[in-house]
Design a binder for this molecule. Sequence first.
Ligand code: ZN
Length: 324
Amino acid sequence: MRKRSSFRKAKRSAKKNNPSDSIHCVNRKEPAVTRLPVSVLFMIIDIHTHTFPDAIASRTVSSLAHAAHVEPQSDATNAGLYASMAKAGVDYSIVLPVATKPHQVEKINTVAYENNLKFKDKGVISIGAMHPAYENWYEELERIRQLGLKGIKLHPVYQGIDLDDVRTMDILKRCAELGLFAITHAGDDIGFPGVVHCSPDMCLHVCEEIPDLKFVLAHMGGWHLWKEVSLKLANTNAMLDTAFSLHPVHRLDDGHWKENEPWLLSQDEFMDMVQLFGAERIIFGTDCPWADQSEYVQLFESLPLKEDERRKIMGENAAKLLGL
Ligand SMILES: [Zn+2]
């Protein structure tokens, strides 16, 4: 706890010593301002991370790593995530638990609540899980809200149910009524090539039917479907997270990947999407442990964003969504 507050204090004093709040536009007539990393100038929130209970983290992350052919960048425990945040200068990480089976939902949400109590001074915050085939969904959404979980994560590929299936739509409508946000895996999944249960058309359907929903589409709106995302979702309210959409990726050295794979957005393509959707609709996310938070922070420091765009993407948008 002490470490966290001294970390925040360091950020505050760095801000005071650099009142311009602008690190790139140095006025040439004035003495040069020491360039501070973005991470000390404003709040950084990573909206897309994964952790597992200590007892199963090691074997879960290793089996997922082999399915995805990607080398994990933390040990996927909450403590490991916190260590990664401290190194990267990330203030808050949002943990997105996935219920792959309906019966897991309640247990996962109880654990999420307990973890939030345990890690409340460390900035590791879990949201809730939901499965569209879980019968008790209506009562459970109410319990999620009462437990103080700010939203739910859906994973249509792991769950095998389309995003605009009537069961999912009912859940999302209730989320909108309760003020819970929803974040969904979108597009292709690295572990299930070619299986899409969350296409841009399905997302559009949700956006049109539930315009009040606070809705975040992971992986820049649809992993590997970015052209279609730009064509179909630019005029909706959906927000996009940046998780696992930009290089660098740490590939597992198992012979799976051809050169230049996996194909991700180039920095130019990413910047085009920021312009098209507007910086207020893009949220910094890494998919840690599947990407390195420090490298992602450095990447976003180096992208040719305007300072207010960088601030919105790296923290402000998520802070608003989460009420932080
Ligand atoms: Zn993820």
